[in-house]
Design a protein around this ligand. Structure first.
Ligand SMILES: Cc1cc2nc3c(=O)[nH]c(=O)nc-3n(C[C@H](O)[C@H](O)[C@H](O)COP(=O)(O)O)c2cc1C
Length: 226
């Protein structure tokens, strides 16, 4: 596919046909994705391809628990786990235990155990130069060394006629996921990428116009963009 077309049409795909992905196709996706940039080119990503049914069911359960925490925030009109206006997170804004005990039906979460491919992506923390550490606000820089890689997976998948979604809801269950997959504490759970052949491939994504988020010279400068 043409690059511009791939960039403009790589939607979050959460529903897949039964068609298997195949190791060759998956290997081509990862082979392309590995060219992602990272701080100092330290390439902190570690990927686990999960196909074993029992493990997939356990992972789906982790996702569902986290999903419940997520939706409890939405029900309260909150951005889940968002920092406040000072850029800090002062603790849970909802009762997380009660949330985990409250079912939150969701097609993707409920069918996660049967997605064609699960890629669990970890980030090797000691490899991250986190330049905004200690700024007394939510740190954001570390993720920049891992999420270009996960997005490359989605772009490469699109090029292969596949689709998928990068999810972070599951990161709430990091301890359990480490235990399930044999990850050491030096590995942070960065996300779970689900991949498969899309049931439907959207071609028009809803995104803000450039001029809505770009200004000249200063944030209060004139809008820039077509
Ligand atoms: C950092 C990040 C975390 C995300 N976490 C989840 C998630 O946990 N579950 C999920 O279903 N989608 C998740 N998504 C997918 C977004 O919801 C999706 O990219 C966005 O809504 C745009 O969807 P669209 O491309 O179909 O328009 C995540 C995306 C990103 C970039």
């Amino acid at each position: 596919m043409e690059l511009r077309e791939v960039m403009r049409t790589t939607a979050a795909i959460r529903a897949f046909t039964d068609e298997p992905v195949g190791d060759d196709r998956l290997a081509r996706v990862l082979e392309a994705a590995r060219f992602a940039p990272s701080g100092g080119n330290r390439q902190p990503w570690r990927v686990v391809v999960v196909t074993e049914p029992g493990l997939r069911a356990e992972i789906a359960r982790c996702y569902q628990l986290s999903w419940r925490e997520y939706t409890a925030h939405l029900a309260a009109g909150l951005v889940p786990f968002a920092p406040d206006e000072t850029g800090r997170w002062e603790g849970p804004a909802v009762d997380l235990e009660a949330a985990r005990a409250t079912p939150a039906p969701n097609d993707f979460a409920d069918n996660l155990a049967s997605v064609p491919v699960m890629l669990v992506v970890f980030a090797h923390l000691p490899s991250l130069a986190v330049l905004d550490n200690g700024l007394r606000r939510q740190s954001i820089v570390g993720g920049g060394s891992i999420y270009p890689f996960t997005h490359n997976i989605l772009l490469a998948a699109r090029n292969e006629g596949l689709g998928g979604v990068m999810t972070t809801v599951i990161c709430r269950q990091e301890d359990k996921m480490r235990e399930l997959l044999g990850a050491s504490p030096s590995l942070a759970l960065a996300g779970l990428v689900a991949l498969g052949v899309p049931v439907h491939q959207p071609t028009r994504l809803r995104r803000r116009q450039v001029a809505e988020f770009t200004t000249r010279e200063r944030l209060d400068g004139p809008a820039f963009g077509p």
